[in-house]
Design a protein. Structure first.
Length: 133
C-alpha cells in the first residue's frame, strides 16, 4: 500500500485528482492539505510520511517552492519525490522549482485524463522502485 499527499486549495482539482488516483491506484491512500503550510504541519505533527507529494505551485500561506525548501531541509522528508503542478509557470519559476528540489513539474490544465497519465507514470515508478530484484 502506498500513500501520497496532495496539496491544493482548489476543490474541483482535489476531486479530479482523487478520482484519477482511485482509478489508477485504488489501494493508494491520499492525504490532502489546502496549502503548503497545512501539508508541512500535517507531516510534522501527525508523522505522515507519504511516498509521493503532489503540490500546486501557487497557493496562499506557503506556495509550492516554499514547501519544497522546507521539506528538503529535513532529513526525514528530503527524499520524498515532489511533483509540482503549474498551468504555465514563467521560465524563471521552472528553474526555481527544480533548484528547490522538485522531482518533476506537471505543466497542464487539471483534467481527468492528464492526471491519470501523470499518475500512471509516477505510480509505476513507485512499483518498479519497490519491487524486489
Amino acid at each position: 500500500m502506498f500513500t501520497c499527499l496532495l496539496v491544493n486549495n482548489d476543490l474541483e482539482e482535489l476531486t479530479i485528482f482523487k478520482k484519477a488516483l482511485h482509478d489508477v491506484s485504488p489501494h493508494t491512500i491520499c492525504f490532502t492539505a489546502t496549502d503548503g503550510l497545512d501539508g508541512f504541519c500535517m507531516m510534522m505533527d501527525k508523522n505522515i510520511i507519504p511516498d509521493y507529494i503532489f503540490i500546486e505551485l501557487d497557493m496562499p500561506e506557503m506556495d509550492g517552492i516554499g514547501f519544497l525548501r522546507e521539506i528538503k531541509g529535513i532529513d526525514l522528508l528530503k527524499d520524498i519525490p515532489v511533483i509540482v503542478h503549474a498551468v504555465s509557470p514563467l521560465p524563471h519559476k521552472v528553474i526555481e522549482i527544480k533548484e528547490a528540489g522538485a522531482e518533476a513539474i506537471y505543466m497542464r490544465r487539471y483534467n481527468y485524463t492528464g492526471i491519470c497519465n501523470m499518475l500512471n507514470l509516477y505510480m509505476n515508478m513507485i512499483f518498479v522502485n519497490l519491487s524486489p530484484n
